[in-house]
Design a protein around this ligand. Structure first.
Ligand SMILES: NC(=O)c1ccc[n+]([C@@H]2O[C@H](COP(=O)([O-])OP(=O)(O)OC[C@H]3O[C@@H](n4cnc5c(N)ncnc54)[C@H](OP(=O)(O)O)[C@@H]3O)[C@@H](O)[C@H]2O)c1
Length: 341
């Protein structure tokens, strides 16, 4: 590799007020830095585009510090080691980690940088089903949601990276699975391809409460929520006794300029003896191996279906990220970087 080539990277130019726009980002070029002692140089191939990125560029307390103005945008990614000054990594290794939205990353690996086996699954699948969304679906549903045979599981954001997997894992646990997604095409995909029992197109429904009542006549035992807001509130009125509401995400609220807009009437949680519990997938990092083993087993038996939406080119990062907030992605959203020599 010639180090004469420059590294294109996306930097945070200003904090958005609402939806990120052209003023939020800067495409910048810098020299590629050779690794020092204990560092590696990674050529980044695929960047994971995640709703969490919106939180990372807010100046608000979260589970990770905000990305600073002028800093390369934080991102999970997969790439290949071009040069290593670290004994645990060899040139040619495929690695996943927080490499950022950039074509080349020179860094001292932390615990999140893992050598991956390219034979296990496609690299994109290792960012999806076997990556962070897979870990989120697996632990969020099985550990927090605790599904039981015959229960009704409702999933919002159901055609997305996490939601589609939650529904499929729920089916494997013997649940009756209902998905909520935007648009007919996504809903038909859930029932006809992924085997969900029913799907609600929230964009076409005038009365969400009535739609929930029709789709979940016995009540909702587990609500795996990726969306928050009005849907969360409507769902609370259809909970079964001792229901579990898993707060995985609240994407409907991430671009609210000031604070979350929904005033949730939480009283049904009381009279249904229900539980509402949030979680952050990073807490499960010591147990990721367990999830990768189960998920790769289900993949190899065709019991779950990976669904990825791969876009190309680092310059497309701004519109690719925004696709998440308008439902223009269909499956795990990934940006392929064109770093051909
Ligand atoms: N707790 C954790 O550790 C953790 C880890 C990873 C992800 N998450 C959360 O999991 C959720 C899903 O993430 P993902 O990566 O799988 O994204 P995704 O579902 O693949 O993509 C986001 C989807 O959200 C839906 N959406 C966007 N705005 C919406 C709105 N206003 N109302 C309803 N739906 C809306 C869109 O689907 P439609 O077309 O159906 O509207 C869009 O396709 C996010 O909330 C994310 O923050 C949490």
């Amino acid at each position: 590799m010639s180090l004469n080539k420059s590294n294109r990277r996306i930097r945070l130019k200003s904090r958005p007020d609402g939806m990120p726009d052209e003023g939020t980002w800067e495409l910048n070029r810098a020299a590629i830095r050779s690794p020092d002692a204990n560092e590696i140089l990674v050529k980044v191939s695929y960047v994971s585009i995640d709703p969490a990125m919106r939180g990372w560029i807010s100046d608000q307390e979260s589970y990770l510090p905000p990305v600073a103005i002028g800093e390369t945008m934080r991102a999970l990614a997969i790439g290949q080691v071009l040069e290593s000054q670290h004994e645990a990594y060899q040139t040619g290794d495929f690695v996943s980690g927080m490499f950022g939205v950039q074509e080349y990353a020179t860094l001292q690996p932390d615990a999140s940088v893992a050598v991956i086996d390219p034979q296990l699954a496609a690299l994109t699948t290792q960012l999806g089903v076997l990556g962070m969304p897979g870990m989120t679906a697996y632990f969020g549903l099985l550990d927090v949601g605790q599904p039981k045979q015959g229960e009704t599981l409702l999933v919002s954001g159901a055609a997305g990276a996490v939601g589609a997997l939650v529904g499929q894992i729920g089916r494997l646990q013997g649940c009756r699975v209902v998905g909520v997604a935007g648009g007919r095409e996504k809903c038909e995909f859930l029932t006809d391809v992924l085997g969900f029992d029913d799907a609600i197109d929230y964009k076409a429904e005038k009365d969400l409460g009535a739609a929930l009542g029709r789709a979940c006549p016995e009540g909702i035992d587990i609500f795996f929520d990726n969306v928050g807001g009005d849907l969360l509130e409507a769902t609370l009125f259809h909970l079964s006794h001792r229901a579990r509401v898993v707060i995985c995400g609240a994407i409907s609220q991430y671009n609210c300029a000031d604070s979350v807009s929904a005033q949730i009437n939480y009283i049904p949680i009381l009279y249904r003896s229900a539980r509402l519990e949030g979680f952050v997938v990073l807490d499960y990092m010591p147990r990721y191996g367990e999830a990768v083993e189960a998920l790769s087993g289900w993949l190899s038996e065709d019991l779950i279906c990976p669904h990825e939406d791969v876009r190309e080119g680092i310059e497309k990062f701004p519109q690719t990220l925004n696709a998440l907030f308008s439902g223009k992605n269909f499956g795990k959203l990934i940006l392929k970087l064109d770093t051909a020599e």
